[in-house]
Design a protein around this ligand. Sequence first.
Ligand SMILES: NC(=O)c1ccc[n+]([C@@H]2O[C@H](COP(=O)([O-])OP(=O)(O)OC[C@H]3O[C@@H](n4cnc5c(N)ncnc54)[C@H](OP(=O)(O)O)[C@@H]3O)[C@@H](O)[C@H]2O)c1
Length: 166
Amino acid sequence: MNNPKISIVVAVGENREIGKENDLIWDIPEDRKRFRDITRGHVVIWGRKTFESVLGYIGKAPPGRTNIIVTRDKNYKYEECIVAHSLEEALRVAREKESEEIFIGGGGQIYKTVIPQVDRLYLTIVHGKFDSDTFFPDYLGFKNVIEPEEEHESNGYKYTWVTLEK
Ligand SMILES: NC(=O)c1ccc[n+]([C@@H]2O[C@H](COP(=O)([O-])OP(=O)(O)OC[C@H]3O[C@@H](n4cnc5c(N)ncnc54)[C@H](OP(=O)(O)O)[C@@H]3O)[C@@H](O)[C@H]2O)c1
């Protein structure tokens, strides 16, 4: 059995805000590119709501990676994607396909369930406070800095990239 790292690439506000009305709360193309670059070629596990939000942007499942959608709907299907009916099932299938690093694509419900099993966080901390209905869980347990903080500014947003492990 493969033993890949489990990782999250996520953008959070200073109060751990991540989304509102099943959408992102900022528009930072450079940060979306970071997500694509880090996850390319790997397995990504998506909550059904986040997956549908991504579909709204790009009109198809994210190409160049293996997408696993987690839903309780036994009839759910999406072309070229794997559907799992629990996070455990999604992780089991992901481990069969991935030896290096499995990525959790969100959103709030999935992050909350998976965070005890997560090894690495690729964080974008977007500076400011944002109106949000969905939040990332507490990540104080991730104390080891793997890649130090890098400050960035684009499209009118200031943000910090940092990679942490437990
Ligand atoms: N800032 C960021 O980097 C970032 C990243 C990702 C997402 N987001 C934001 O997060 C928000 C969406 O998050 P969300 O919490 O509303 O939804 P979500 O976690 O994306 O999806 C929730 C859905 O996943 C399925 N699900 C969850 N737990 C499950 C389990 N244990 N077993 C089987 N199925 C399960 C259910 O689907 P069914 O209802 O089909 O059963 C549930 O309705 C959006 O605003 C999005 O933009 C932000």
